[in-house]
Design a protein around this ligand. Structure first.
Ligand code: NAP
Length: 304
């Protein structure tokens, strides 16, 4: 995997032509960044009026997606969803032949794989699937993340241009890998943040200082990278020491945590789920193992 922080503007002479399909908030920010870096930039949008500010900034506008694709060897798509991508690609058809297609539209790993198949079958020079972690105003700064996967030759050929958009990571040739990374990052964040919201509710009910707790909890997050690494190692090896203590001890603590939440009227369904998993693992004879061992129960068929 490659990480990057270099977003230096290159001389205009080195900046090759780029086409951007889709000029919503994200596509417009992407096209503007390419213009800022001196790329001859051709844009197309279903609703043509959205191209006007970019035309004023120096972009060429194309009346159809097909004509926009014909204008550049590198074609970047930022549409609403995979259904929109499918429709626009169907209209472009073989105009993509010889061009590199970079799809930045949100979607699943399977949709990325289907897009890669489509690009290959239509003679594209290469397909890269990218996902976006950050908001449009951050495009063109290191504060927005773009994981990519797909053709390594296409990535090598266009890496410098793609790095102009933000902080880039490359996850290998498997086209769905960037979407897997995106889904995993976002899902983990949601799971963490819903736990945090439960805690804020609990603190509010107890009349505690939310800001002070948040500051201290933020400080304590510094131990997480080492903890996460050791958990991943335990899972990879299938060997579960008593991390965070043995499950026998942790299950008793869970009863206290659930009881506390419920005593102040805070919903505790996810915590009861954790306790249920601990109880099952203990019943299976693994009470001496640690928290990481719950991994063994998380396949859909075994979690029921
Ligand atoms: P947006 O502002 O709603 O723009 C959506 C774009 O898709 C517009 O250009 C729209 O064209 C086009 N579109 C929708 N359906 C279409 C169709 N059937 N055929 C052709 N064009 C169609 O969305 P956005 O914020 O630019 O988001 C673009 C992608 O980036 C999404 O996949 C989003 O999940 C992802 N993303 C966005 C953010 C964010 O904060 N905005 C952050 C991370 C990732 P019209 O103008 O004609 O409607």
């Amino acid at each position: 995997m490659t990480t990057a922080t270099d977003t230096t503007t290159r001389p205009a002479a080195e900046a090759g032509p780029v086409t951007v399909l889709g000029l919503g908030a994200m596509g417009s920010a992407i096209a503007r960044t390419f213009l800022d870096h001196g790329h001859p930039t051709t844009v197309w949008n279903r609703t043509a009026a959205k191209a006007a500010p970019l035309a004023d900034a120096g972009a060429a506008t194309a009346p159809t997606a097909t004509e926009a694709v014909a204008a550049s060897p590198l074609v970047v798509i930022a549409l609403l969803d995979s259904a929109a991508v499918e429709q626009v690609l169907a209209s472009v058809d073989t105009a993509i032949t010889g061009r590199t297609l970079v799809n930045l539209t949100s979607g699943s790993p399977d949709q990325a794989r289907a897009n890669e198949r489509w690009a290959r079958e239509h003679g594209a020079a290469g397909y890269l699937d990218g996902k976006i972690m950050g908001d449009p105003p951050y495009v063109g700064t290191p504060n927005i993340l773009f994981p990519f996967s797909g053709s390594d030759t296409a990535f090598a050929a266009h890496e410098t241009t793609l790095r102009e958009l933000g902080t880039v990571t490359y996850h290998g040739e498997e086209p769905g890998a960037a979407a897997v990374e995106f889904m995993a990052q976002v899902a983990t964040s949601y799971e963490l943040l819903i736990g945090y919201l439960h805690t804020l509710r609990l603190l509010r009910e107890e009349g505690a200082d939310l800001a002070g707790f948040t500051r201290r909890f933020g400080d304590s997050l510094t131990v997480f990278p080492a903890l996460l690494t050791s958990m991943a190692q335990a899972v990879e090896a299938g060997e579960y020491g008593p991390d965070l203590g043995s499950l026998d001890v942790q299950a008793a603590l869970m009863d206290d945590l659930i009881g506390h939440r419920e005593s102040v009227g805070v919903e505790a369904v996810r915590m009861r789920e954790v306790k249920r998993l601990m109880d099952r693992r203990i019943a299976d004879g693994h009470g001496d193992q640690g928290f990481s061992s719950l991994f063994e129960l998380l396949a859909a068929q075994s979690a029921a």
